[in-house]
Every structure is written in C-alpha cells, then in structure tokens.
Design a protein around this ligand. Structure first.
Ligand code: ADP
Ligand code: MG
Length: 139
C-alpha cells in the first residue's frame, strides 16, 4: 500500500466546541502525520470554491454559510492509504449513521455541522490540497 496525502478540515463547529485537540489526538493515534496546517476563517467565496462540486445541492447555501462562520483548521495528513483511512476515522456524513468511535459519532451535532472534512478520492485530495496549499507536494 502506498503512502498518500489527504486534506482534512476541522470544521467551525468542532473548533468552536473546543475539539481541535481531541480530533488531532485521534489522527495521531491512527498514525496520520500532519505535514501542513493552517487556521483559517474562510470567506463565503472561498467556501463556495472549495465545495464547488456541491453547487447544485439544496444545502449548498447553508453549507457555505456554515463553513465561513468561524475558524477552521485545515491540515494535510500523510499515512499509508491515508485517503480511505481518513474517511473511516471520520465516520458517515450524518452522525446518526456514524460508527461508534468515529470523529463524527463523537463530536458532530448534525449532518451539516459534522465536525470534519476529508477528501474522498485521489483526484479530490489533489484539488483540495492545492486549494489551500498551492505548490505543495501531493506524493
Ligand atoms: P462528506 O463530508 O461526508 O464527504 P458530502 O461531500 O456529501 O459529505 O457533503 C459535504 C458536506 O456538506 C458534508 O460534510 C456536510 O457538512 C454537508 N452536507 C451533506 N449533506 C447534507 C444535507 N443533506 N444537509 C445539510 N448539509 C449536508
Ligand atoms: Mg465529500
């Protein structure tokens, strides 16, 4: 299996609730290495650009308002099979369906305010890493 890089965001709900440390602890316990990090407060336009793939969805307006509502911690994580493994550690989009012990089961309040983002495929990881860390090596 290959070493990969993937993008995660600790979303504004989890930052506001004081869960940055809890979530990073889970990443480190699962042997993800943080190779880049930025604390951001996204503009509405930046949130729209990041989630452009969801532009046609009914929740797009609300999602991009939420994502630009406060501080968020954007990180690039590196590990064996990082893209798929991050999705497993995150849990299902809707915390009601997330498995026990996953970040969303532990810390998400709703399907929208769901604590973390994680890239869902190599192509999206490449786009998302470049979105926040232009010029960064993707591996
Ligand atoms: P994931 O973050 O698990 O990859 P999606 O890519 O489908 O999920 O959606 C992006 C984000 O949009 C979700 O993490 C969540 O914050 C929000 N979202 C998804 N579905 C809904 C919904 N039905 N209602 C409100 N917000 C949603
Ligand atoms: Mg997604």
């Amino acid at each position: 299996m290959a070493i990969e890089r993937t993008l995660t965001i600790i979303k504004p709900d989890a930052v506001a609730a004081g869960h940055i440390g809890d979530i990073i602890k889970l990443f480190e316990a699962q042997k993800f290495r943080i190779v880049a990090a930025r604390l951001v407060n996204l503009s509405k336009k930046e949130a729209e650009g990041f989630y452009a793939v969801h532009r046609s969805k009914g929740f797009f307006e609300s999602l991009t308002n939420f994502m630009s509502s406060g501080s968020a911690l954007v990180m690039v994580l590196e590990a064996e099979n990082a893209i798929k493994r991050l999705r497993e550690v995150m849990g299902a989009t809707n915390p009601a369906n997330a498995a026990p012990g996953t970040i969303r089961k532990l810390y998400a309040a709703s399907i929208e305010s769901n604590a973390v983002h994680g890239s869902d495929a190599p192509e999206t990881a490449a786009y998302e890493i470049s979105y926040f860390f232009p010029g960064m090596n993707l591996i």
